[in-house]
Design a binder for this molecule. Structure first.
Ligand SMILES: Nc1nc2c(ncn2[C@@H]2O[C@H](COP(=O)(O)OP(=O)(O)OP(=O)(O)O)[C@@H](O)[C@H]2O)c(=O)[nH]1
Ligand SMILES: Nc1ncnc2c1ncn2[C@@H]1O[C@H](COP(=O)(O)OP(=O)(O)OP(=O)(O)O)[C@@H](O)[C@H]1O
Length: 283
């Protein structure tokens, strides 16, 4: 190890961290620009300090002459809002496997919580770089976690640093309780999110129903069924806005529209597209 130029050694790792941060931040901004949901909240990255590389090499039994075998000299961290989003990001990384990165190892500490209470999803990748001295590939670590998991891990990391890895038992116990609380917070947030999604779906169904209903009433007018159209319009105004009531009324309007556009003299089957719930006659 003597004589190693660490500044030189770390250059590709710095480049990798910068490139990886740009790549994952770009995914976020691209999705946002397209007004689509982004599972990525924010991305951070760091290059490990030399002292920490040496300690880790020792811990992992890696010879000092081969520090490049330490898997997390280059590391990025992707923060997400909800636990589901972790697996969406994992999927995004899987899609890039064999393209601009190659997956070397994966550890799911979200499903397999560590003894300490630590939860995160880890992926070690081999990442190819174009450097001034040609192509080089290095190992890099991607950690994916929710904001709650990050909050817990950040506090735990500083306590671990303060106590040099020997956190007193009572604090360890409290940290495990806090990890439980962070887990419950993630669960609660996921549930709230589901309820919000359900409410959005319900709102969308209702506005579609209202739109169809008003169009059908207008078509009744056009077909000369003015009295019926007025009655339905009044009924629509009197409704409380309950989806079931709107659906029932929509059914009645459809029936009236159907009989208006299918005088009994017509053969059965003619103009059938105006009846029922055939989507083909909707604009
Ligand atoms: N705060 C915190 N971070 C952890 C913990 N365990 C792992 N990490 C983070 O995850 C990285 C790699 O963890 P692992 O994939 O388990 O690799 P490892 O070298 O076997 O980890 P160790 O448990 O530290 O031996 C570490 O460098 C930390 O950044 C933990 O208990 N608390
Ligand atoms: N993949 C990563 N992405 C972004 N930041 C990280 C990553 N891994 C660790 N960090 C952060 O970098 C800082 C320095 O951590 P350091 O590399 O010394 O230790 P560690 O990787 O957490 O632990 P260890 O060396 O025991 O594996 C800490 O604030 C840590 O939270």
């Amino acid at each position: 190890m003597h004589g190693r130029d660490w500044d030189q050694f770390l250059i590709p790792y710095e480049q990798a961290v910068e490139e990886l941060k740009v790549k994952f931040r770009s995914i976020r901004s691209e999705l946002k620009r397209k007004m689509e949901y982004s599972p990525i909240e924010f991305v951070t990255g760091r290059v490990k300090k030399v002292s920490s590389i040496l300690e880790k090499a020792k811990k992992l039994g890696i010879p000092q002459e081969r520090p490049e075998e330490v898997p997390d000299i280059a590391g990025i961290r992707i923060m997400v809002q909800f636990v589901d989003d972790i697996y969406r990001v994992v999927q995004l990384i899987h899609q890039r496997n064999g393209k601009d990165m190659t997956i070397v190892e994966e550890k799911d500490y979200v499903k397999n919580t560590k003894e300490s209470g630590y939860r995160s999803y880890h992926i070690v990748i081999r990442y190819p770089l174009q450097t001034a001295n040609g192509e080089k590939s290095i190992l890099a670590e991607i950690q994916i976690r929710t904001l709650a998991m990050n909050f817990w891990a950040t506090i735990e990391h500083s306590l671990s640093y303060k106590y040099q890895g020997n956190i007193p038992q009572d604090i360890k116990d409290r940290l495990r309780n806090a990890a439980e609380a962070a887990f419950r917070l993630d669960e609660e947030m996921s549930q709230i999110r589901e309820e919000i999604r359900e409410a959005q779906r319900h709102f969308e169904m209702k506005s579609n129903q209202v739109l169809t209903l008003l169009r059908d009433i207008e078509r009744l007018y056009d077909l000369g069924r003015v009295v019926e159209a007025i009655t339905f319009q009044k009924e629509f105004h009197d409704k409380s806005g309950d989806l079931d009531q709107l659906t029932e009324l929509a059914g009645k309007v459809r029936e009236a529209l159907c009989s208006a556009s299918h005088p009994s003299s017509l053969h059965a089957g003619e103009n059938h597209q105006t009846c029922g719930n055939d989507e083909s006659d909707k604009e």
